[in-house]
Design a protein around this ligand. Structure first.
Ligand SMILES: [Fe+2]
Ligand SMILES: [Fe+2]
Length: 183
């Protein structure tokens, strides 16, 4: 079995998390391809692996809203938990992929976690952008309520993603939307 198959088995502890990781990987693949990034397959793989650590959460935390201050330590530790699982299922994973998994919640200016990097790598921000976009438009899967719009999701991503990511993500979303069969 390759790492994707093993990761999929682990992620399927929570099918909602597996679905999220798969969609984030698909979006990341489309965005990095559009940006002609040479290492786009590795970035896409990191995107699929990014939330492995959420499989260690108690099930109620996945769908909890609002989150309580006491949950924050577990939540902010999940990129490290992802790395720990990755180390078990793929002991020789490339450092590049490890860094992206660890850094998918880093934000410019140091407002992210777990390391508060001032200038996260572009690849981290691409996964972060696709992650936030998917988490918002599919939030209703985790937390019952009205579906949130693509426009709202993009406005949230815009708060931290540089313009080249915004342009590519917007194009990918427009293309996906326009190729959807009309009901
Ligand atoms: Fe995450
Ligand atoms: Fe995520």
């Amino acid at each position: 079995m390759d790492v994707v198959d093993i990761a999929k088995k682990t992620l399927l502890i929570y099918p909602l998390v597996e679905g999220h990781c798969r969609r984030v990987a698909n979006l990341t693949y489309a965005v990095t391809s559009l940006l002609h990034m040479s290492n786009h397959k590795k970035i896409t793989l990191a995107a699929y692996l990014h939330d492995l650590g959420k499989t260690t959460w108690p099930p109620e935390l996945l769908t909890k809203f609002p989150i309580e201050p006491s949950d924050w330590a577990v939540i902010t530790a999940h990129p490290i938990a992802s790395l720990n699982i990755l180390d078990e299922i793929w002991p020789k994973s490339p450092e590049f992929i490890n860094a992206l998994v660890r850094g998918h919640h880093e934000r410019p200016g140091g407002g992210g976690y777990p390391d508060g990097l001032q200038e996260p790598a572009l690849e981290m921000l691409i996964i972060g952008a696709c992650d936030v976009y998917d988490a918002i438009i599919n939030r209703h899967e985790f937390i019952p309520g009205e579906a949130l719009s693509s426009e709202f999701a993009l406005s949230q991503v815009e708060q931290f993603a540089p313009v080249q990511i915004m342009d590519a993500l917007t194009k990918v979303i427009q293309k996906n939307t326009s190729t959807m069969p009309s009901a």
